[in-house]
Design a protein around this ligand. Structure first.
Ligand code: COA
Length: 338
């Protein structure tokens, strides 16, 4: 019997510390006016020292399981997939710890590294595990603590990125037409442009040596202008290719949930796709760019606000370091959002 992966639970978590543009303007040579007009961001949340990505992932995962009416016990799900750029440690992966802390037993648990596209990559592999009959239910989490890798001397990245986590439960169904079924996924990459978004140090390219490594190489670096242009083109083209493949005319879409990087990127993306800007879900103003957590956080906010309603056609698309990008489509299901 064929299996399809359907969205069955959704949850999110933001660390409590709210960082305003005014606070950043007191620390950097920047202003609320510059940040708001160039990015649309007004606030973001940053984890306090000592709080790691797994802490946020556990909270969001717990809420998604609750939303799916699943207990915190072995058997609730068959796998945990965690998309992150900021794992608790370079080794091992963070997902096994999250699975253990949620009480989910000794199940498959692994991380996905695709930067801001990570959640869509995780959604793709989790759906494929379900379609292959390897899992009946999978907890898919996007969680980040970018505040731990931001260069304190870089005003541009410091004003853009925020911390947070979002999670979904995917559940197997034999019914391809059931609302919530992930109807199609499109993924892509261009490693020839890896330098546009990079943490240069801390990997095998920089061999570990006695003495402390240069902290400069551990910071996140980005070429903003080039990234902006690539983001619009790649998300637009991958979304168009997917819509063609599943046979959804762009006019039939109810909501565009694009990676929340910059309000101007979202506007340019809507324009490129020919989608009314009103249909674009926006929470970047409140949370900033939360990388792999961006899409599930936006979904969670829009569902809680009553924007995403059962039966509406939803397009997800993301772009990030790698370069990587992707898109997915689904019809929104009935969900309790936690
Ligand atoms: N405050 C004030 N000025 C700033 C600033 C800040 N926080 N950050 C950069 N600037 C300055 C630059 O130094 C530059 O000054 P200069 O002209 O004297 O050199 C000026 O603002 C314009 O910079 P520019 O890069 O041309 O601005 P922009 O309109 O392209 O906006 C970004 C910059 C980073 C906001 C924009 O390129 C962007 O959003 N890129 C995508 C970022 C992103 O979301 N990446 C992740 C996607 S996965």
């Amino acid at each position: 019997m064929a299996h399809f992966a359907a969205l069955a639970g959704l949850g999110s978590y933001l660390p409590p510390r709210l960082v305003t543009n005014a606070e950043l303007a007191a620390r950097f040579d920047t202003s609320d006016e510059w940040i708001t007009s160039r990015t649309g961001i007004r606030t973001r949340h940053w984890a306090t020292p000592g709080v790691a990505t797994s802490d946020l992932a556990v909270e969001a995962g717990h809420r998604a399981l609750k939303s799916a009416d699943l207990p915190l016990e072995p058997g609730a799900v068959d796998a945990v997939v965690l998309a992150t750029t900021t794992p608790d440690h370079p080794c091992p992966a963070t997902a096994p710890q999250v699975a253990a802390r949620l009480g989910l037993g000794t199940i498959a648990a692994y991380d996905i590294a695709a930067v801001c596209s990570g959640f869509l990559y995780a959604l793709a592999v989790a759906s494929a595990q379900i379609a292959a009959g390897q899992a009946r239910r999978v907890l898919v989490i996007g969680a980040e603590t970018y505040s731990t890798i931001l260069n304190p001397a870089d005003r541009t990245t410091s004003v853009i990125f925020g911390d947070g986590a979002g999670a979904v439960v995917l559940s197997a169904t034999p019914d391809a037409d059931r609302p919530g079924v992930v109807l199609g996924v499109e993924l892509g990459s261009d490693g020839s442009q890896q330098d546009l978004i990079i943490i240069p140090g801390g990997g095998s390219r920089e061999r570990a040596t006695p003495g402390s490594p240069d902290p400069q190489g551990r910071y996140f670096a980005m070429q903003g202008k080039k990234v902006f242009a690539e983001a619009v083109t790649r998300m637009g083209d991958s979304a168009s290719a997917l819509l063609d493949r599943v046979g959804w005319p762009v006019e039939s879409l109810d909501h565009l949930v694009g990676h929340q990087a910059n309000i101007r990127i979202l506007a340019a993306l809507a324009q490129r796709l020919g989608i009314d800007e009103e249909r674009a879900v926006v929470n970047v103003d409140r949370v900033g760019n939360t990388s792999a957590a961006s899409i599930p956080l936006a979904l969670s906010d829009a569902a809680a606000a009553g924007t995403l309603t059962a039966g509406s056609r939803v397009l997800l698309t993301a772009f990030g370091g790698g370069l990587t990008w992707g898109a997915a489509v689904l019809t929104w299901p009935h969900l309790n959002v936690a």
